[in-house]
Design a protein around this ligand. Structure first.
Ligand code: KG4
Ligand code: ZN
Length: 336
């Protein structure tokens, strides 16, 4: 049976739509919300309003570019959670309206599961079982992936996400939101061994990033007392040292997870997987330890609807649809 799925992503600050035909992603339209930049982080109320403004245009562009009419659609998929409630509500309500109006099934997708499934959009694809380090602004997880829709979190942050650590560190250096990509950029010309930062070690395969955030704040405060131009004069070295530190924390746990499970099929996903230091470190570690490493294209690392479409495809095959009474979930475990 021919499947033509429209997928919608609106969990945080990107409004995105993607059209997929028979399991092949045709496009991935993303409207990024610049309104948050001056606030140094995503403002939930502004995010939901921007989704409202953008969603019709984004969906229309996806359909038109793919040469698909609304009446061609065989299902509509959306991000149910986790995410910001006001943002999720926009995508969920829009998808419900389409499902109702066109009389087509509705498919709910878990955003974190979709980040993992992004590996199946393009070749090469990992084989099961594999491990996925999912690193974003809201999550830091090591996921054991047994099948497309069968996943288990075997390690996760007990406080802040690594993306949050990047963004907050950038903020205290006076860089605009989101600071992660800027730290990455300035790191290119910096010395990663210039400064040392402390590490909080959690039990098992878990992470903690709140300690490094505070330590970084105090480090800057102390250095600025000695030299008020410390940040401007050392920006590249500070960024490179911090990035190397955060990447090391991630890689150390990933090595332990691989040893513990015996799995050498290793992947990364989520916004922070766009980080050049992490991409380089995982490739180098993989070469040393005999891993098969999988890294999605940049476009599919940060939030996007193509990954929602891909996850929806596997649910469509299994006939896993949801009712019109479905509600978004700010927190959403894999098993939901
Ligand atoms: O997955 P994502 O787009 O949204 C969430 O679900 O959170 O991830 C966004 C996060 C932000 O914290 C952003 O700073 C970070 O990904 N990020 C990066 C890079 N590109 C995006 N962090 C470090 N280096 C990058 N190149
Ligand atoms: Zn995400």
């Amino acid at each position: 049976m021919r499947s033509v799925i429209l997928a919608i992503e609106s969990s945080c600050d990107e409004t995105s739509a993607s059209v997929m035909v028979n399991g092949k992603v045709l496009n991935n339209i993303i409207a990024t919300q610049s309104v948050h930049q001056k606030y140094g982080g995503v403002v939930p109320e502004l995010a939901s309003r921007a989704h409202q403004r953008n969603i019709v245009a984004v969906v229309n562009e996806a359909l038109q570019e793919a040469g698909i009419l609304r009446t061609d659609l065989t299902a509509v998929a959306f991000t149910r959670g986790p995410g910001l409630m006001g943002s999720l509500l926009v995508g969920v309500s829009f998808a419900k309206g389409l499902s109702l109006g066109l009389n087509i099934p509705l498919i709910e997708v878990n955003h974190m599961q979709a980040h993992v499934i992004a590996h199946f959009i393009d070749d090469p694809k990992p084989s099961f079982p594999f491990l996925c380090l999912t690193v974003s602004g809201g999550h830091t997880q090591i996921v054991l992936v047994r099948d497309f829709l069968d996943m288990e979190v075997i390690g996760q942050t007990q406080d802040d996400a690594v993306g949050e650590a990047f963004d907050k560190a950038a903020k205290v250096m006076g860089l605009p939101y989101p600071g992660g990509p800027l730290i990455d950029k300035y790191s290119q010309d910096g010395n990663p061994f210039a400064f040392k930062f402390p590490e909080t070690v959690m039990p098992g395969l878990d992470f903690s990033f709140s300690g490094i955030k505070t330590a970084f704040l105090y480090f800057l405060r102390d250095e600025k007392r000695k030299n008020q131009h410390f940040v401007e004069q050392n920006l590249n070295d500070i960024c490179a040292s911090l990035q190397q530190h955060l990447v090391n924390m991630l890689i150390t746990r990933l090595i332990q997870a691989s040893e513990k499970t015996g799995i050498k099929e290793i992947s990364i996903a989520g916004g922070v997987s766009a980080n050049s230091g992490l991409r380089k470190a995982i490739k180098e570690t993989g070469d040393k330890l005999g891993w098969n490493v999988f890294i999605p294209a940049f476009e599919y690392c940060t939030d996007n609807a193509a990954m929602i479409a891909m996850a929806a495809h596997y649910k469509f095959i299994k006939g896993e649809f949801c009712g019109l009474d479905v509600v978004p979930l700010a927190r959403m475990p894999f098993s939901q």
